[in-house]
Design a protein around this ligand. Sequence first.
Ligand SMILES: Nc1ncnc2c1ncn2[C@@H]1O[C@H](COP(=O)(O)OP(=O)(O)O)[C@@H](O)[C@H]1O
Ligand SMILES: [Mg+2]
Length: 248
Amino acid sequence: MNILETKGLFHDFKGLEVLFDVNLQVKKGERHAVIGPNGAGKTTLFNVITGTYRPSRGQVFFKGKDITGARPHELNRIGMGRSFQITSTFNRLTAFQNIRLAVLSKRGIRFQMLRKVDGMGDITREADEILKRINLDRERNMPAGVLSYGKHRSLEISMALATDPELVMLDEPTAGMSRDETHHAVELIRRLTEGKTLVIIEHDMDVVFSLADRITVLHYGQILATGPPAEIRQNQAVKDAYLGELEA
Ligand SMILES: Nc1ncnc2c1ncn2[C@@H]1O[C@H](COP(=O)(O)OP(=O)(O)O)[C@@H](O)[C@H]1O
Ligand SMILES: [Mg+2]
């Protein structure tokens, strides 16, 4: 079953065609990588799927439901979480406060109703559990802005996951990380997405080929190929357009 599907998706920025008839299919439970050269339209595709932009044509389906044009917070409520290519934590809030915000956004209305009963203790416990799981319990009370780059991005990945989404969308979570930080981030992503569906934009081919069950290659706004890693590696069109230059 496809948990996420786009049908005939087009997007342009004032006439500049960035997505062209994109039919993406993501199966429930898989880790799906979206790769492609800079400017291929990967981030735009994420923005259209997650409701930041409305596509100029086409539809987005999540769990079989047409969600085209739904707002990000609505999508969050029904089980879609995302991180951004640019870090999106609140730098002056502590690690704990950032995670708590994410947990709160999941509880949303339910939290409002529970508030009078015991609400806050619950939220605090959950946020602390998450911090522990991502090894940030020692940084709990530090402002996010002073964390090392790697920890900062871990915090951000965790915020996307704190809402316990069924589908997680990560846009270049390892960008700018050292080898070591990348290794830790990949293990974190692997662990936190167990039993969920992951769509990840990633430029590091070692990460892609070790993490992904299936890969979609985007090239000039079009899908060039979709398939398991071994198949993508062998695909002549992909080699010509993209992978060839990396292996040379
Ligand atoms: N907000 C925007 N306004 C105008 N052009 C944009 C905007 N965002 C992206 N683009 C252009 O769309 C193309 C695809 O960008 P993007 O989706 O960010 O690619 P990728 O994430 O694959 O590197 C690029 O040519 C980029 O310059
Ligand atoms: Mg991008």
